[in-house]
Every structure is written in C-alpha cells, then in structure tokens.
Design a protein around this ligand. Structure first.
Ligand SMILES: O=c1ccn([C@@H]2O[C@H](COP(=O)(O)O)[C@@H](O)[C@H]2O)c(=O)[nH]1
Length: 293
C-alpha cells in the first residue's frame, strides 16, 4: 500500500479539504427518526456512506458510538470499514487509543493490521502515557502504509488544562509542544530529506479549530511536524472555516478540517447530507485557498 501521507494528500487534492465524522450519537439518531439501537446504527452508517463514500477526503467513524453496543456495535463498525475499503474511501478510526508500549502493540494489531476486521487507514492515539509508548502503534501503522493522528491540542475547552501545562522535563514549553516535537522527530526519521508529495509523514496531529489561538504561547511548531493536521471543532463546537484558515492556513496543504454534527444534522436524506458535506468542503477550500472538489 502507498504511504498514508501520500494517499491523504491525493484525496485532499481530488476531493477537497474535509473529513466527515460518522458519529451515530443518540441525539443525531433521534433527529433522523432512527432508534438508538444496532439497527439504527447500521441504517445511519449506510446512509452516510451512500452520501459521501468516495466523495470526501476522509471519513472518521467515532468508535465510542459503536462500542456502546458491544460486539454487535463493533460488527456494524467492521461493516463500515469494509465498505470504505471497497469504495475507495480513506477512513480514520477515532478510537483515541494509548497505553504502555506492549499494550499499544495490541491496539496497533486491532486498528492498523491488515489481518484485523477493524483495520482502518489511520487511527487516533492519545499520548497521555507518553509519546514514546505509542511507538509500536506508529511502527505498525507506518509499515503497512497507514497513519496515526496523535492528540496535541484538542478542541474541547477542558483539554487546555493538561495540554498547555509546562514546561515539560525535556524543556518543551508545554505538553502540546512536547507532543508536536516528538511527532516531528518521528516523521523526520521516516522521511529523511524527502521533499514533494511524499514529504508528509505517517504521524499527524489533532489540533482544534477552537483553540488555535493558544498555539504560539504553547510554543507548538506545527510546520516542523511534516504531518497532516486533523482540525476538529467546526460547526457544533463553534469554529468556522475562517478560524481554521486563521490558525492553520500557513500549512493549508496538509490541513484536514473535520466536522460531524455540522454535516450529519442535514440528514436523514442522503442527498442533503452529501450537499452539506460539499458546501462545507467548498467553504474550507475557499478559506484555505485550496482547490475544491
Ligand atoms: O480534539 C478533538 C478530537 C476529537 N474530536 C471528535 O471529533 C468529533 C467532533 O464532532 P462535532 O459534531 O463535529 O463536534 C467527535 O467525534 C469528537 O469526539 C473532537 O471533537 N475534538
């Protein structure tokens, strides 16, 4: 498989800069007139895939909303992932995993290994047990042409209390800066001096559209990371495409704005969901000065 960085770059160019979140939250299922059960979950996923599969750069199922139904929920998620594979849709499992290294290897086997029914193109990881503990997951992902997105500065207001703390023992001005520097080193080791489309590494960061104003004070050097930036917070959390451009526009070629409710609340009609995604992708492309779809 081609490297994840290349594949996502190509998808962003061809389909516009947007990741659509697949979040079958109880409130969204209710808005769509669906039951909050596995059948509702499946119908919801089918409609969202009918609407956007093969049309958006990235699709991001929120694993939590599948896990709450146990094995039957995970079976529904497996089917979403299988359909993405068949329909050429890049998919990021938003699982936010992280543990000591030996257990991180287990998470990698679940989300980043060809043999797993839960294998996605990328997975979100939490560095709370230390960035270095994620090494087995990063290694497994990169070795199979997959990627990871590590939480750096999350979009929720509570995140800053931990992520902006610092300086860290290694002298980084904040936890977020420490994570960004570790991701930069990881990508640099893999990319060497490569330039051009192949110069986006397998390690991306999650940086909120709602919190970008903290970046300078936190000493976070995003340009050095040479990875994609997944930017949540659009719409329901209050941020706009202009906010994304203001905070991250200097790295526009690798910014991946992501929205769930802002797109999903257009449902339950698949065409309406598709049009909402297209509108938002176009607005993000315009704000970032990027080609739209
Ligand atoms: O910093 C983060 C990291 C992840 N998320 C996830 O993204 C979606 C956002 O949903 P919206 O409806 O667009 O607000 C959701 O799955 C979160 O768990 C995030 O919001 N912020």
């Amino acid at each position: 498989m081609r490297a994840f960085g290349d594949r996502l770059q190509a998808a962003l160019r061809a389909r516009g800069p947007l990741c659509v979140g697949l979040d079958p939250a109880p409130a969204t299922l209710a808005r769509w007139g669906l039951a909050d059960d596995v059948d509702g979950l499946r119908r919801f996923g089918d409609t969202v895939l009918d609407a956007v599969a093969g049309r958006v750069a990235l699709l991001k199922p929120q694993v939590a909303f599948y896990e709450r139904f146990g094995s039957r929920g995970l079976a529904a998620l497996e089917d979403v992932l299988a359909r993405c594979r068949t329909e050429g849709q890049l998919v990021l499992a938003d699982a936010k995993r992280g543990d000591i290294g030996s257990t991180a290897a287990g998470y990698a086997a679940a989300w980043c290994d060809d043999a797993s029914p839960l294998a996605a193109d990328a997975v979100t990881l939490s560095p709370y047990l230390g960035y270095g503990a994620l090494a087995p997951a990063v290694e497994t992902a990169a070795a199979s042409g997959r990627g990871v997105f590590v939480l750096c500065l999350t979009s929720n207001p509570e995140g800053a209390g931990v992520q902006l703390a610092g300086p860290t023992p290694d002298g980084a001005p904040s936890v977020a800066a420490h994570v960004a520097a570790a991701a930069a080193a990881d990508n640099a080791r893999r990319l060497g001096d490569a330039v051009g489309p192949g110069s986006v590494g397998p390690v991306g960061l999650v940086v909120g559209a709602t919190v970008g104003h903290h970046l300078r004070d936190a000493g976070v050097d995003l340009a050095a990371v040479r990875g994609h930036l997944l930017v949540p917070g659009l719409g329901a959390q209050g941020a706009t495409p202009d906010d994304v451009a203001r905070h991250y526009g200097d790295l526009a070629d690798r910014v991946v704005p992501t929205a769930s409710r802002e797109v999903l609340h257009a449902g339950p009609d698949a065409v309406a969901v598709r049009e909402a995604a297209e509108r938002l992708a176009a607005a993000c492309a315009a704000a970032l000065g990027r080609p739209g779809r």
